[in-house]
Design a binder for this molecule. Structure first.
Ligand code: AHR
Length: 508
């Protein structure tokens, strides 16, 4: 009928490119992300190369992860890179005061991180220290990393065993300057960012995409101040201004910051509250993008959502400063709706980094601290199902007909989310049914190109709380989906309750 839930997609009207970098990741010196997660040391019984876990690398390579942000987060503004180079036994120790107040021995430093990126085939996104570091320190780190000739820092790098410079395409000028990165005002940070950013230089042919520390949640004033002060529209020497990206951080909780809720022990109301908070990313991206449009109508500055994802209570019995949480089908749906927004705003969002890759917050993989066993999370599977969106062109999706909604905390939660992209010969459609209890059918009204073949995958589970463990590693795993049929308008797709479905199309 005309009222049928329908997604209209014009396959012949490709929009902006969805940068593969929106599928980026984040690894901080926090809890068991680096230590135990990525890094086990060369003497570990866990198979490793130069101390880096091979199973974690293999799992992430299968996602084609495009970039990895490091060393923080809040840790970045406490980190002094010279502590993490040279013989490991000589490296000074420090206290990781943000995360668990534990002693950091700096055994994972610059060379180890760059080796990890090389093993992953991912671009490094190094986050510099503005909060407690110096301009010289930041400048020399970039020189150490990227300079090829006989400069002082290149010579030091060679003395530490690395001849060739690395390529560092992304560099962050501090982190959360409004909070753990220095408790600054937008104006004071803008002044520092101009100064620090000046000395983050392009050495040789390494061109750095500089990312200014942007707003938290809906702090549009922060974005406005930075766009005004830093974008430098009139500059002739630096056509794109003082920086190329501006970050945004937004975490999804079940309740408020003070009542984040359990990662696994939640009821249906908690679930819907979480999804409502997750879907707020659309309002936030639209809001920050609108502010950016005023100062950068040509959209040369990218919005970099370099921390996003769920933040729940830590698992009982684990260190509260380590932010270790399980990951259920609910987390997968939080991820899928974020990507729908990132795809829709492809003309403004240049990068996004889920927090964090291993053992922290909304992780891709969890490793058992006792046995070392590795588990892929439901969120991992959303990233895997979406690889086809990397660098594809976004396609607008218009939902019409009977759009299911639900009242949540005085607001309306839309229960279906969708996005799509295309290459020359294919298209990928992503469909999330957020309804906890009802399956739905959606018509894909496919216009403009002929579809020659189609196939689909589904990610769902008996309950929203279902999660993967070493004992049940595939409790939530994608499967082939046979609930797709030809329809007069294109295709008809069954969406099980609480499910994520991707439909792949071959185009004539
Ligand atoms: O991802 C955990 C922390 O969240 C980061 O260190 C910080 O930037 C943010 O507040």
């Amino acid at each position: 009928t005309d009222d049928a839930l329908t997604a209209i997609i014009n396959l012949d009207l490709p929009g902006a490119t969805i940068s593969r970098h929106v599928y980026g990741h984040f690894a901080e010196h926090l809890g068991r992300c680096i230590y135990g997660g990525f890094w086990v040391g060369e003497d570990s019984e866990i198979p490793n190369e130069g101390g880096i876990r091979l199973d974690v690398v293999e799992a992430l390579k299968a996602l084609s992860i495009p970039n990895l942000r490091w060393p923080g987060g809040c840790f970045a503004d406490d980190y002094h890179w010279r502590d993490g180079i040279g013989p490991r036994e000589d490296r000074p120790r420090m206290v990781n005061s943000h995360w668990g107040d534990v002693v950091e021995d700096n055994s994972f430093g610059t060379h180890e991180f760059m080796q990890l990126c090389e093993m992953l085939g991912a671009d490094p996104y190094v986050n510099g220290n503005v909060g407690s570091g110096t301009v010289q320190e930041m400048s020399e780190w970039v020189e150490y990393l990227t300079r090829g000739d006989e400069s002082p820092m290149a010579t030091l790098r060679r003395a530490n065993g690395r001849d060739e410079p690395w390529r560092v395409p992304f560099f962050g000028i501090g982190n959360e300057a409004w909070g753990c990165g220095g408790n600054m005002t937008a104006d004071s940070y803008a002044a520092l960012a101009r100064q620090y950013g000046t000395y983050v230089r392009n050495h040789g042919d390494n061109v750095v995409y500089k990312i200014a520390a942007g707003a938290n949640v809906d702090d549009y004033r922060w974005t406005e101040t930075l766009m005004k002060e830093l974008n430098c529209l009139g500059c002739t020497r630096q056509p794109a201004g003082f920086f190329q990206g501006l970050s945004l951080h937004y975490y999804t909780h079940s309740g408020a910051w003070e009542t984040k809720g359990s990662a696994t022990d939640f009821d249906t109301d908690d679930y819907y509250a979480t999804m409502r908070n997750a879907r707020r990313i659309e309002e936030l991206v639209a809001g920050h993008a609108a502010v950016m449009d005023c100062y950068d109508p040509q959209r040369r500055v990218g919005l970099v959502v370099d921390e996003w994802g769920t933040w729940f209570d830590v698992e009982p019995g684990t260190n509260p400063g380590f932010l270790y949480q399980q990951n259920t089908l609910r987390d997968a749906l939080v991820a899928s709706v974020h990507f729908d927004v990132f795809h829709a705003f492809a003309d403004r969002i240049s990068m996004a980094n889920i927090a964090q890759t291993v053992n922290v917050l909304q992780a891709m993989v969890l490793t058992d601290p006792d046995t070392g066993a590795l588990v892929l999370t439901p969120s991992y599977h959303v990233f895997a199902m979406n690889v086809g969106h990397h660098d594809a062109s976004t396609l607008a999706v218009s939902l019409k007909g009977e759009l299911p909604t639900r009242e949540v905390a005085g607001g309306e939660l839309s229960l279906v989310s969708a996005s799509a992209s295309t290459t020359d010969t294919s298209a990928l459609v992503s469909l999330s049914n957020l309804d906890a209890g009802h399956a739905r059918t959606i018509v894909l009204d496919l216009r403009g190109r002929d579809v020659t073949e189609f196939s689909a995958r589904v990610l769902t589970a008996p309950t929203l709380q279902t999660h993967n463990t070493p004992q049940a590693p595939d409790a939530v795993a994608p499967a082939a989906h046979d609930g797709v049929r030809a329809h007069a308008r294109g295709l008809e797709v069954d969406l099980p309750a609480h499910s994520y479905v991707t439909v792949s199309l071959a185009l004539a």
